[in-house]
Every structure is written in C-alpha cells, then in structure tokens.
Design a protein around this ligand. Structure first.
Ligand SMILES: [Zn+2]
Length: 399
C-alpha cells in the first residue's frame, strides 16, 4: 500500500504540472476539468504504472481539486501546490467490502486485503449502506458509506405546485385506491416580487448614474449577488414553511431540468423566462427538506392541453386558460397545478383518475375558474422586472 501511495503521489505531482500548464496556456487561465486532464495524463499513467487503469481518475480529480482550492485561497493566484501528504481516495469501483475485510483492486485481478475495525459503534448501522469511498493514508484508512438508498417513501397525499414567482398555486389530492382532490390554493410571493423589482430599479439607476464603466460593472455585480441572496433567503423560508405545514405530502413539480436544452425551439418560453434558477432552487429545497419523496412530471403541454377533458387550451389573456370543449375560462396557474397533479397521480400507480367524472372535481371546479369582470392586461410578464435587459430577472412565466 505504501508503494501505491508513493506512486500516486508522484502521479499527482505530474498531473498537477500538466493541469497547471494547461491553465497558464489557456486564454482565460481556466483550470482543465478532471476529464480533460485525464485525457492528457492517462497514456503517461498507463505506460508507467501497472495499476488498474481506473486509478488515474481519482488522481486527476484530486489534482484539479487541489489547484482550484489553491487558487481560491490565494486570491486567484495560481501555483502548483506541494503534495506532502501520502493520501489517496479510492473510488467505489476499485474496492469491495467482503465480511470484515475490504478488498482493493490495485492491479487488475490482483487484490490487496485490509481488515476493517468493526467495533466502531456505528459500524453495524452504517455498513448497511453502500460503500462510497476509501481514503487511504500512510497512517489510516477511512471507509465511507452512503446510508439509505436516497429514496424517500411517498407521503399519504400529493401536493402539486405550479411556481410562477408571482405566486405558487397548489392542488392537493389524497393518495389512495380512489384518489380525490382536496383543494386548491394560491400563495402570492410578494416578498420575492418586491426584491426583484427593487433590484431591477437599483440596477437601472446604476446604469444611468455611474459613468465609470469599471465601477459600474462592479456595482452591478454586487447588486446581483445581493439580490440572489435575498431571493434565496425568501425561498428558504417559504420552502421550510410549506414542508412544515404539509408533513404528509409528496410534492409534485414540473421537471425543469431538461428544459434549457429544448429551449431554443420554444423561443417564447425562453424569452419570457430569462432565469429559471429560483424555480429549480425552490424545488430542490422542498425536495430535501421534505420527509417524503418528490415527484417530477414532464412539463410538456401543460399549458396547451386541458387537464379536465384533454381539449386544446387557448390563452385569450395571460392569466386565463380557455377550453372550448369544457366551455370555460380557467385560471391559468390554478389549472396548471391541477394538470401537474394529474400527471403526478399517473406516476403513482395504475389508478385512473378522470377529473371530469370525479365528484371532488365537480365540487371544486368553481375555484379553478377565472373570475370574470376582472380584465387582466396582457401582462403578468410585462412588469418592470421583465423588461430589464441583463437577463437576471427571476420572473418566470409559461408560454
Ligand atoms: Zn377542457
């Protein structure tokens, strides 16, 4: 093992040199990614050592991490850090826990065995988890496990949320062999809207009044950072509150992870939704704070297909969804939360749920209708925030 650690220390020094040279040669002094680095280091590594090829991965990962943290701790200055410690992280692919021993693959088909001290008071509990990493130094060996399979159970009801950053609209349902809707509610996001508008006003003032371009850029960056922090704070409070009030609920959200890629085609969607980050931020906060699992549904067609009858939706005004088949004008965001809920129910099992035939829907239908006599100007999206040019607006609407 000691020979292995020494060799890896040498390999690390070599990888650091390569990564450093790459960063110096790069126009923007970018440190290469571990994958780029591996491309440059692997032939050298394979020809020099007879270790299993996979060992080059942790070497490159660690080298990149060392360089990055050196630069972070030295105000952006880059130099090759010294590798003093004899230490190496071994990936899960290269070792296996067998009884009270751990088997490490140093060379292909050549194993090294180490004893595990199973008398650690948590060992019995933790060892049920998946072994994730082995840290080997010349003094000790640490074995880490990932406890649990990362999957939380579903709650006893579903709560579908449509996020607009003007409001969050939720539709709930009891999850049973015969699901039924429990209610729809709207929570306005005044605090977040206020912060967004406040900062976009400040930025406009800066653009106008600060003449020195460097100073202006710095000030603008500062404002953006503060805005982000305040939005994040507000989202934390909101998600904590929502999870606390709904300890038995499984949240259902639109899956926004893949949307950016397809965004080019959906030009309008991309334009109206300049920054989707707070959306995702809220979702992941609720996901990790909730004791229950979270469902993500495909957002495709949510605003163009009527969840009640399957008919085509039109939007005569921004906040309205009109279904010709139902003959009704629905509140767009509330209806969207219903559509998300129904997709979530479909994920939960074979129980078919047709809103149009369901008693709970008929009781609640009124609450989903758009209140007439309150003409809405075309512009939930047309606030002053959405007009800001710099793309950091959190206003997000569905096209
Ligand atoms: Zn309809």
């Amino acid at each position: 093992m000691i020979r292995y650690l020494r060799d890896m220390q040498d390999a690390m020094r070599y990888a650091l040199q390569v990564a450093y040279r790459d960063a110096i040669d790069d126009e923007k002094h970018k440190i290469p990614s571990p994958i780029q680095l591996r491309r440059e280091v692997r032939e050298w590594f394979y020809s020099r050592y007879d270790y299993a090829r996979h060992h080059v991965n942790p070497v490159c990962r660690t080298a990149v991490a060392l360089l990055r943290s050196y630069r972070r701790n030295h105000n952006g200055e880059l130099r090759i850090p010294e590798v003093r410690r004899l230490a190496m992280r071994i990936d899960g692919e290269l070792f296996r826990v067998v009884g009270d021993k751990v088997r490490i693959t140093l060379q292909p088909d050549h194993y090294t065995w180490l004893h595990i001290n199973t008398s650690n008071k948590h060992y019995q509990e933790y060892s049920n988890g998946r072994p994730s990493e082995l840290l080997v130094t010349d003094m000790k060996v640490c074995l880490t496990f990932v406890v649990g399979d990362g999957k939380k159970p579903l709650g006893s009801r579903l709560m579908a949320q449509d996020l607009n950053f003007r409001s969050i609209d939720s539709t709930g349902a009891v999850l049973s062999s015969k699901p039924s809707l429990t209610g729809v509610e709207r929570q306005p996001l005044r605090e977040i809207v206020r912060v967004q508008n406040d900062y976009s006003r400040r930025r406009r003032a800066l653009q106008k009044h600060v003449k020195d371009p460097q100073k202006r850029a710095r000030k603008l960056k500062e404002t953006r950072g503060r805005q982000r922090n305040r939005v994040r704070d507000a989202l934390h409070k909101l998600s904590t509150k929502t999870v606390r009030e709904n300890p038995d609920a499984t949240f259902v959200f639109e899956d926004l992870k893949g949307i950016r890629k397809g965004g080019e085609k959906k030009g309008r969607r991309l334009r109206t939704c300049l920054n989707r980050r707070p959306y995702r931020m809220y979702q992941s906060m609720a996901e990790y704070k909730s004791p229950n699992g979270t469902l993500y549904v495909n957002p495709r067609g949510i605003s163009s297909e009527c969840p009640v009858c399957g008919g085509k939706l039109e939007h005569p005004a921004w906040a309205t969804s009109r279904c010709g088949t139902c003959g009704a004008d629905y509140d767009r965001d509330r209806l969207a939360s219903l559509a998300i809920l129904l997709r979530g129910l479909r994920l939960c099992g074979p129980t078919p749920f047709a809103a149009s035939a369901d008693a709970s829907w008929r009781q609640m239908r009124e609450e989903y209708l758009y209140p007439h006599g309150m003409p809405e100007a075309m512009g939930a999206g047309g606030t002053d925030a959405a007009g800001a040019p710099n793309g950091d607006v959190y206003e997000c609407t569905r096209s």
